[in-house]
Design a protein around this ligand. Structure first.
Ligand code: A2P
Length: 273
């Protein structure tokens, strides 16, 4: 829990983050983030699209934990693909969070969620250039993308100045995105794993359950430990304190042989790629 990855610009990022996708704004988001902080998480992942930035920000401020001890990520909405609009969206995010600076800002997706697959290469470069501007101004400590594959990453790298520091993708046992993972490792782009439990689906996978028994841990812990051993950064979410705690207990080692077994599992409930 207190271990870090180092981004390519030298910034340290806690190896485990707390995800807030589908955590409703208001009391639920406020309490979940407060519980996460109380139980030792120091990395919170939100997005403008989750519509819970205000509650997330409030929980962070109210925790009284020094700001520099918490790593906060937010994301630019997927439909915003121009320089000026991206700058405005960043201001709005900062206003909602009500924090002095952000740690990581990501383009949420290469295309608007309602037009998956659309070619937005020009717009992505524009949006990313706006992020480079706020990065250079010191308003955000690192920048990157989310849901990008090698082709979309190439577009950014070939047309922008700063190689993305992170790429947040759906990554879990059964869907380990080998091509994107290899690409990112080669370019020193940290992979952040969202839905590391396959939105809960992985927990009923028999092979994962068997592995959990073998290591005397829970299926969720196998899933999260797998991400870490693949050198990705898992962002589990839960609104239950016992699970929030369970998801931090990852101090065990899956053997190389068992990691290979887990690599072989092909089980993606969403089939989104
Ligand atoms: P809940 O929020 O009710 O605890 P993912 O992180 O892959 O998106 O998965 C999140 C889903 O998995 C949520 O439905 C969450 O439910 C559930 N979940 C999170 N942690 C655990 C855990 N340790 N054991 C069982 N279910 C969990």
């Amino acid at each position: 829990l207190n271990d870090f990855y180092t981004l390519s610009n030298g910034i340290k990022i806690p190896k485990l983050g707390f995800g807030t996708w589908q955590v409703p704004d208001g009391d639920v988001a406020y309490h979940s983030v407060s519980l996460a902080l109380k139980n030792g998480y120091r990395h919170i992942d939100t997005a403008a699209a989750y519509k819970n930035e205000a509650s997330v920000g409030k929980a962070i401020r109210d925790s009284k934990i020094p700001r520099e001890e918490i790593f906060v990520t937010s994301k630019l909405q997927s439909h915003i693909k121009s320089y000026d609009e991206a700058l405005k969206a960043f201001d709005k995010t900062m206003e909602a969070l009500d924090l002095e600076y952000l740690d990581l800002y990501l383009i949420h997706a290469p295309w608007p969620w309602n037009e998956i697959g659309k070619d937005c290469s020009v717009g992505n470069v524009e949006a990313y250039k706006a992020m480079e501007k706020v990065y250079k101004e010191g308003r955000v400590r690192a920048i990157g993308v989310s849901n990008f594959g090698p082709k979309e990453l190439d577009n950014i790298i070939n047309n922008c100045e700063i190689v993305p520091h992170a790429n947040q993708i759906a990554f879990f046992i059964g869907h380990n995105q080998k091509e994107t993972d290899d690409y990112c490792k080669e370019k020193n782009i940290l992979i952040e794993a969202y839905s590391p439990l396959a939105i809960g689906h992985a927990l009923s996978n028999e092979q994962i359950q068997k592995m959990a028994k073998k290591y005397k841990v829970t299926p969720a812990q196998i899933c999260l430990r797998y991400c870490i051993q693949k050198e990705t950064l898992p962002l589990p979410k839960s609104t239950h304190e016992s699970r929030i705690i369970e998801n931090t207990k990852l101090d065990f080692e899956i053997s190389v042989k068992d990691m290979k077994e887990l690599d072989k599992i092909d089980d993606d409930p969403r089939k989104w790629e």
